[in-house]
Unconditional design. Structure first.
Lengths: 363, 363
């Protein structure tokens, strides 16, 4: 019998149509042709998607559970997404709400190399939340960015990541910026980890990882839905010494539930930490979404290491106590613009942020 | 003065808030930090996004035009998407509706290598629509798929593409399937072009293109939003002899208008042909969306070759006259399941489809 992934869709449709609709999704996400025209017994038994359950959500929609054969994914990240949601993503009334992956999928993709424990060890912070800030604005040259990074690091932050807008632009090429920032951060605070933002095709990504490693770095930021999950997963497996923080660019409001995509799937593919917009900031995620996303990223899940949820997006040092209360200490708090806005007082603001998080440990 | 892309967003917001909202989007899609904290004159003048225009759409929303500096994209496909919509994609009330690209962007990415004229020349069909079918179901072995492909090709079709679900699975590995299908198609009808479906990371994609070329093929199918636009564009530029058909998997219902993503952006990155769900089929695109998408794919656009719109998704031979009336002859009609469902009469159905399209030329 075929080992199956359970894909869980939320579908807006009427009670009298939902059974046929569920069957149509099962077909669309597997053989994508009239089942009546399939004569091969093996395809009918082991490849065609199976409706496992339909549940009325009493909100005008239904939860539909479909069993998709693991074999159809070829255990390749892009093809996994294709089978989970490739064509059905085109339907505005279907959300890919969740997925349950059997062991062969978990072991094939493998999850984070470092995760929460690894990043805690690097920061020397066993019992408290981690801290992070973002280096920006793009448009500055390498030297100016290195100067800002040094001022943030001097505040004692655990991590500084490039803004996801920093790529390989002419005003600040990756090969110039990354060694300069790495050196500036090291001088300002050798305990601060710096995560450069990776971009481009797999050749370029590999070249950037090499530059980062030559600059003494062991972590990086990447936006998996921009590079493609395959490029992301390849980097993770090729570089077990590098910790990867995933960024939600182009991923945040698709018809895939954020806890599944940014939490579970990014973790499955190897995200040690995953950035997402916190409730009450510049973006519209609810408290419930944020809670579910954090859980998906860090809760026990087979043999996969726990990842680090990184709520962000318009956060300020004032919100630290409330965020720690909401997320607990298995979290990395990321404040970018809220520190940069302090201008000449940036280092003091960073230190205040760091202290607020560190002192919360005692409470 | 910075050369700018004009990104056009449709935003649901109130009249009294829209000016501030437009400014926030301009900041989010460029420097992503409080502008008041930026002191560098060059960044303020040339990098921060500019609100160019706000227009009331009188449907509860506004059209907002934002000038984004070309330099921020680094002329890299992924970073282009990141700057157009990376973080703003997380807002459920913003759609990336369209974009106007200045010449440096067009020449850097380059568009299709073959396009409509190239595919017409290959099919020897100067004045009529092109035809295509899809090879499936996945789960069959290479020999069984080759047999189906031969029966479709014998009907005289211009092109046969792999279903986008065919990847590199154990039951039909790419390296076995593609040479077998290519040979079967060649024997059944040497004029039929076969497009294998490419998947995986850039290493795997390159290896698959090599296998396809060794099998005598000169065209392929790819889903750019699954592989990542960077992988897609790299393949296009590395393989000027291969024609690429783009598939909308994972791309069809994001907050990016389909005419922009599947039409304009896929064409910019080099799609010779672009598959999309036709109105009145299994998916919910409107006639207006389909019309706009076809126009974006094939209308005159600077020096870029015209691409081929490929409406699909539950089409039948009966709809050929109506589709030709709607799209004209600069189109490729794709019927997959509708032919496969004929079982033993598949070749006759394919021939009927081909004849319907070919005879329409005379009308």
């Amino acid at each position: 019998m075929a080992t199956r992934i359970i894909a869980i869709y939320h579908v807006k449709d009427s009670a009298d149509r939902i059974a046929a609709r569920a069957h149509a999704i099962a077909v669309e996400q597997s053989v994508e042709m009239p089942v009546s025209a399939i004569t091969d017994r093996g395809v009918l038994d082991d490849i065609v998607g199976k409706v496992e359950d339909i549940k009325d959500l009493h909100d005008g929609g239904f939860e539909v559970r479909i069993g998709l054969a693991v074999a159809t994914t070829g255990l390749e990240p892009g093809q996994l997404m294709n089978m989970l949601f490739g064509n059905s993503s085109i339907h505005a009334d279907i959300e890919l709400h969740d997925a349950e992956f059997p062991d062969p999928v978990l072991s094939a993709f493998g999850g984070p190399n470092h995760g929460l424990c690894g990043l805690r060890a690097r920061a020397g912070a066993q019992n408290r939340a981690l801290t992070c800030s973002a280096l920006k604005p793009q448009g500055l040259d390498a030297k100016a960015l290195a100067d800002i990074a040094a001022r943030l690091a001097a505040g004692g932050l655990d991590f500084i990541k490039d803004d996801h807008g920093l790529a390989d632009q002419s005003y600040s090429p990756f090969a110039e910026r990354v060694p300069a920032v790495a050196e500036a951060v090291r001088r300002a605070n050798p305990k601060t980890g710096y995560l450069p933002s990776l971009s481009g095709n797999l050749d370029q990504l590999r070249a950037q990882v090499k530059i980062a490693r030559q600059a003494g770095l062991n972590a990086a930021l990447i936006a998996p839905m921009i590079t493609g999950l395959a490029s992301f997963h390849t980097l993770v497996r090729e570089n077990p010494d590098i910790a990867f923080m995933a960024h939600p660019a182009l991923a945040g409001a698709s018809h895939i539930a954020p806890p599944l995509l940014l939490g579970k799937i990014f973790r499955l593919m190897g995200a040690d930490a995953t950035v997402f917009p916190n409730h009450g900031g510049r973006f519209g995620y609810s408290r419930q979404t944020c809670h579910a996303l954090a859980d998906a990223a860090r809760s026990p899940w087979a043999d996969l290491k726990a990842g680090v949820p990184v709520p962000a997006g318009g956060m300020t040092p004032e919100r630290v106590p409330e965020m720690l209360q909401f997320y607990g200490s298995d979290v990395m708090l990321l404040i970018g613009g809220g520190l940069l806005a302090a201008g000449p007082r940036m280092t003091e603001e960073a230190a205040k942020f760091q202290d607020a998080v560190a002192s919360a440990m005692v409470a």
